[in-house]
Design a protein around this ligand. Structure first.
Ligand code: PEP
Ligand code: MG
Length: 568
């Protein structure tokens, strides 16, 4: 058995197909005529963008998910004005398109790979992927291995680029085994979107496994079983059947209302990162957008989006949601979110430094541009604005004042804008949690960001292996804080939602119901699962579970009780 990292659950049984990246060869000193060479380059970029846009449509149609934003990012990279300018400069001074593109992309990749920030390193992977695809087009070489993979193949590779993933037919491929990557890598995100069992981090998998081997991939346990015997195959086949049946049963909840067993109604929204994803939300069973992370609009570009570009993006999200509520969160940078096109300073401890609204309030021009764009897009639409990383009431007041300033400017300029927009606060710092009563009196709604809040309550980074899993949303301390926020918020008249990853965990859903949560905001794939979890509990049953949990002092005990109480 080979042990790797579990990145996309499900069981796959099939035959190994090893994919190896082939080296592209071209003459670096080829003589060129600059003008036709420039047109050749522009044509290749256009074909790449057209192909990617059609893959995006395919992904959205088959999965209706925001993960096609990875491909949207690829189109932005291919059209990046700074990179295009540098490549054109080299072509005009005599380099071939292939040489110019490899040189310029190589410099960007080296610079981004140097970063200690994971998101920036992922961007280097994106640039490599895009430039590789354009080079294939320039050289007229087509990579067909994935498209022609026989039904029942398990793809084994060092890593798979997003565009390779988008070429893959999830109906034919039984699973993925990759040497590199982790839960946050693009291939893993896309594998989850496609419901494809996947395991990453298996060192030398392409050497240890051979084409044609029959193997089993257990994406939930991160295991790959090579040469399984008849008995093992039969066992995994029946586990796979049971999982598929469970998934089919959960899917039935996609288009229902979110009702508890005793008929109480909850709201269930989706988290998105790109405006185009809003249109898929309804199809996924979401009632609107509960969190649009706008910082993604600022990534992978050399300059921040202009007010017009932003207004267009927000309007696209609002129109996509077709009249349903859309909560747009203002720029949340800092911490683990590094946005190179914005001015940030290096800090000793970025998670405790200039993050979210703290950064925005100190960079008023950029913040005001975003608020103006939001007010312009929000005219006549179901827009709500939410501020991230708030830790004091004064910050909320300062943000509201800036909204007023933006509105006044727009009115003076005679531009149409939203006259009143509900404004909410993310509760993701301990101080905001403790003053949730004050905040709830001045905000229209509160939304708990359990991803950050858990880290700040436990004083532990999410990814810190050294701290031995101290970061834990099941910890009684985290649960007590959540109960406090929800009670204070509701008492103050502001409905409270949870928009961190924990909102999608069926084990925690009854606890949140008992605490008085009004809505959940989760990724689109999780909608049926959460709706089903809500339907399995009455308020009285959830209360008695919460009471039992309230008596426990450790995360382990809470987890054990919630695991054993889980309903299916
Ligand atoms: C959170 O912190 O839970 C949250 C939703 O915000 P983000 O994950 O974007 O930091
Ligand atoms: Mg957060």
């Amino acid at each position: 058995m080979l042990q790797g990292i579990a990145v996309s659950s499900g069981i796959g049984l099939g035959t190994v197909l090893i994919l190896r990246e082939h080296t592209l060869v071209f003459d670096e000193n080829r003589q060129i005529d600059p003008e036709p060479e420039m047109s050749r380059f522009s044509r290749a970029v256009k074909v790449f963008c057209d192909n990617t846009a059609s893959r995006m449509r395919h992904l959205q149609l088959s999965t209706s998910l925001e993960d096609s934003r990875i491909l949207e990012t690829h189109i932005n990279i291919a059209n990046d004005p700074e990179m295009t300018r540098e490549v054109s400069g080299l072509i005009l001074s005599g380099s071939s398109a292939e040489t110019a593109l490899s040189k310029v992309s190589g410099q960007y990749i080296a610079a981004f790979m140097d970063s200690h920030d994971e998101l920036t390193r992922l961007r280097a992977e994106d640039i490599r992927d895009v430039c590789n695809a354009i080079l294939h087009l320039l050289l007229g070489v087509e990579d067909t291995a994935i498209k022609n993979a026989p039904t029942g193949s398990i793809l084994v590779a060092e890593e798979l680029s997003p565009s390779a993933m988008a070429d893959l037919d999830a109906g034919r491929i039984a699973g993925l085994v990759l040497e590199k990557g982790g839960p946050a890598s693009h291939a893993s995100i896309l594998a989850r979107t496609m419901g494809l069992p996947a395991v990453c981090g298996i060192k030398d998998a392409t050497k240890k496994l051979s084409c044609g081997d029959f193997i089993i991939v257990d994406g939930a346990r991160g295991e790959v079983i090579s040469s399984p015997g008849e008995r093992v195959i039969a066992e995994y086949r029946s586990r796979r059947e049971a999982q598929l049946e469970e998934r089919r049963c959960t899917e039935r909840f996609r288009d229902r209302r979110t009702l508890s067993a005793d008929g109480r109604e909850y709201r269930l929204y989706c988290n998105i990162s790109m405006p185009s994803a809003a249109a898929g939300v309804v199809e996924s069973g979401g009632e609107g957008v509960g969190l649009f992370r706008t910082e993604y609009l600022f990534m992978n570009r050399s300059a921040p989006p202009t007010e017009d570009e932003q207004a267009e993006a927000y309007l696209q999200a609002l129109k996509g949601a077709a009249g349903r509520q859309v909560v747009i969160r203002t720029l949340d940078i800092g911490g683990d979110k590094n946005v190179p096109c914005l001015p940030t300073q290096k800090e000793e401890n970025p998670f405790l430094g200039l993050r979210g609204v703290r950064w925005c309030l100190q960079n008023e021009d950029i913040f005001l541009t975003q608020l103006r764009a939001l007010l312009r897009a929000g005219a006549g639409e179901a827009l709500r604005i939410m501020f991230p990383m708030v830790s004091t009431l004064s910050e909320l007041r300062a943000c509201r004042q800036l909204i007023e300033k933006a509105r006044e400017q727009l009115i003076n300029e005679g531009r149409p804008c939203a006259m009143s927009i509900p404004v909410g606060v993310m509760i993701e710092t301990p101080s905001a949690a403790l003053i949730a009563d004050h905040l709830s009196r001045e905000a229209a709604f509160l939304s708990i960001g359990t991803n950050d809040l858990t880290g700040y309550i436990m004083a532990c980074d999410r990814g810190s292996p050294a701290a031995g899993g101290l970061y834990d949303p099941f910890h009684p301390a985290v649960l007590r804080v959540l109960r406090h926020i929800i009670r204070c918020g509701s008492a103050g008249g502001a409905p409270v939602s949870v928009c961190g990853e924990t909102a999608a965990d069926p084990r925690l859903v009854p606890l949140y119901m008992s605490y008085g949560i009004a809505s959940f905001s989760v990724s689109a794939v999780a909608v049926p699962r959460v709706r089903k979890a809500v339907s399995l509990w009455s308020k009285a049953e959830a209360d008695s579970l919460a009471k039992a949990v309230g008596r426990l002092g450790t995360a382990k005990e809470v987890r054990e009780l919630l695991d054993s109480s889980q309903r299916t």
